[in-house]
Design a protein around this ligand. Structure first.
Ligand code: KPL
Length: 320
């Protein structure tokens, strides 16, 4: 039986934890508070399914609070937000993740990979980009609001290097961590794609988050309500166009119109979702706007470009 740790008991941590545990993995969730760890250990994780209309399931789970965690398993999924990656947290992480372990990074935005590479030397870091929709409805319950996919790969790996994604043709390949993860996630019912071009997926997700997350947070609407009026569509399009131009200079290759349609499709496929930024704003938590729209402005500045829409949106979300 594979054992793995999930660091972060938010919506994504609970969704992954519940589904992987149900598929037979020995999962330990590391939570921010002792109270959540106790509740999870007592009650398990309940997944409510808003996607296929399946009945909700409750799965037993091991859980431990950050302050009580001693060491993670050799495979750990990091599902905390970028805002959690403080100096203290990074120090704690370096103490509990063993040398040689693999850590899969699920953060939105950009900037975290370099930080984690510096903070976790000697560990294998993989990056995951997911479009799964999840909404935490309590300390032990999560609503699966939209079926998406999980792309996994290495940061900075260009095509054909090292491992040939989706072409597992030897027993050795099958033992490499990306293939182990692929098989675990598939067994748990996720659509998983191993990618040698993960940066493209990161830019794509950054663009989607840069449009949907701050606007839903500022307008206090669910994802499906965002494109519901002409005025909101105009705001979306202006933010989209500016962000697309900046990211296409960095290697985002997909056509502008196809990506605009993808943004609208994500609003639709996650229509019942409160975006993670809206959830943060509503709970009074710090948002990831700096790692998303702030990062787009910084990428623009590196190219000698201006990003007035991203600057303004970032300032507005911070002032909310
Ligand atoms: O990634 C998301 C988020 O909320 O952070 C989207 C895709 C917008 C789904 O809500």
């Amino acid at each position: 039986m594979t054992s793995l740790s999930i660091i972060g008991g938010g919506s994504l941590g609970l969704l992954l934890g519940g589904k992987l545990s149900r598929a037979g993995c020995a999962v330990t969730i590391v939570t921010k508070t002792a109270e959540q760890a106790e509740r999870l250990a007592e009650a398990g994780i309940t997944i409510e399914d808003a996607v296929a209309g399946e009945p909700s399931v409750t799965v037993p789970i091991e859980a431990v609070a950050v302050e009580d965690a001693s060491a993670t398993d050799g495979l750990a999924l990091l599902t905390v937000k970028q805002t959690a990656l403080t100096d203290n947290f990074m120090k704690w992480l370096a103490d509990i993740v063993p040398i040689g372990a693999t850590v899969v990074l699920f953060q939105n935005g950009v900037g975290h990979v370099d930080k984690l590479r510096l903070g976790l030397p000697g560990r294998e870091l993989l990056v995951a980009v997911t479009t799964e929709g999840a909404l935490r409805t309590g300390p032990t319950t999560v609503l699966h609001t939209g079926k998406g996919e999980i792309r996994i790969g290495e940061w900075g790996l260009s095509h054909d290097e090292e491992w040939d994604a989706n072409n597992q043709n030897s027993r050795e390949d099958a033992l490499k961590t990306p293939f182990v993860l692929e098989s675990l996630f598939k067994q748990a019912g996720f659509t998983v794609i191993l990618s040698n071009k993960l940066e493209e997926a990161v830019w794509r997700k950054l663009l989607i988050n840069a449009v949907i997350n701050p606007l839903t947070a500022l307008l206090r609407v669910r994802n499906g309500q965002l494109p519901a009026t002409r005025e909101r569509m105009e705001l979306m399009r202006a933010l989209f166009d500016e962000t697309y131009t900046i990211l296409s200079n960095r290697g985002l290759a997909e056509e502008r119109d196809a990506l605009w349609q993808s943004v609208l499709a994500v609003c639709d496929s996650t229509k019942r979702n409160e975006s993670s930024m809206l959830q943060d704003v509503l709970s009074g938590r710090e948002t990831e706007v700096d790692a998303i729209n702030g990062a787009v402005s910084r990428l623009a500045a590196e190219q000698g470009m201006k990003a007035p829409w991203n600057d303004a949106i970032c300032a507005l979300v911070k002032a909310t």
